[in-house]
Design a protein around this ligand. Structure first.
Ligand code: ADP
Ligand code: MG
Length: 216
């Protein structure tokens, strides 16, 4: 029997999912509650490879030079990493009574890869099917941030350019996340305005967490 709660944070790059995964982990620890924070791509063997693909270190030899792998390859790699992540890390923790907070999950796969597919409507059912073994979260928090704010935050952190680091792509992602629950009916999805001081955002996320179980 699964006992811990499984919580996912989602949003565009720069929405604050990594920041708020950490802050929410601190909230649980502060209350003496068992918690494990994790992320996707995971830190498992497939996740490490996926990160290398995103960073341009694993490429396809095209006729005009190397290029990023096809979106279908990426989708299957993300899905493989996810089932491994659930099997090796998420489910064992939940079964031990540990709450799990995950920075991104299969919503990101559906969002990113469906846009990479050229926004083909057929892509979404396929993406959902290849993730059909992914354990469903008890709560998914979508951090909403205007595209310009997320872009400014990404600029501040700079670093190497990654596969999905493109303004037009990120604007499409913003639109996808704004109505994400329409693609995941019957799931517990809430939106939180992430364009506010970090502490305020954290408090609102905690309020949603407490609605899951009174001891949280
Ligand atoms: N209210 C806020 N919540 C979260 N992050 C914020 C906020 N305001 C500014 N930031 C900054 O925005 C960036 C968000 O980064 P991160 O959490 O890595 O986003 P993501 O993982 O969604 O790409 C961080 O540099 C963080 O300090
Ligand atoms: Mg992040």
């Amino acid at each position: 029997m699964i006992e811990g709660n499984f919580i996912v944070l989602e949003g565009v790059d720069g929405a604050g999912t990594t920041t708020h995964t950490k802050d929410l982990g601190d909230y649980f620890r502060g209350r003496g509650l068992p918690v494990h924070t994790t992320r996707e791509p995971s830190d498992g063997p497939i996740g490490v490879l996926v990160r290398q693909m995103i960073q341009g270190r694993v490429v396809v030899p095209g006729i005009h030079g190397t290029r990023a792998p096809h979106w279908t390859t990426m989708a299957l790699m993300f899905a493989a990493d996810r089932v491994d992540h659930v099997d090796a890390e998420i489910r064992p923790n939940l079964m031990d009574g540990v709450n799990v907070i995950c920075d991104r999950y299969d919503y990101s796969s559906v969002a990113y890869q469906s846009i990479r597919s050229g926004e083909s409507e057929e892509a979404i059912p396929w993406l959902k099917r290849i993730n059909s073994h992914a354990l469903r979260p008890d709560l998914t928090v979508v951090l909403d941030v205007p595209a310009e704010v997320a872009a400014e935050r990404r600029r501040q952190r700079s670093g190497v350019k990654e596969l999905y680091d493109d303004a037009e792509f990120q604007e499409k992602l913003t639109d996808f996340y704004a109505t994400m629950e329409n693609r995941f009916e019957s799931e517990n999805i809430v939106h939180v305005n992430g364009n506010r001081p970090r502490k305020e955002v954290a408090l609102e996320i905690q309020k949603h967490i407490r609605s899951l179980r009174k001891e949280l």
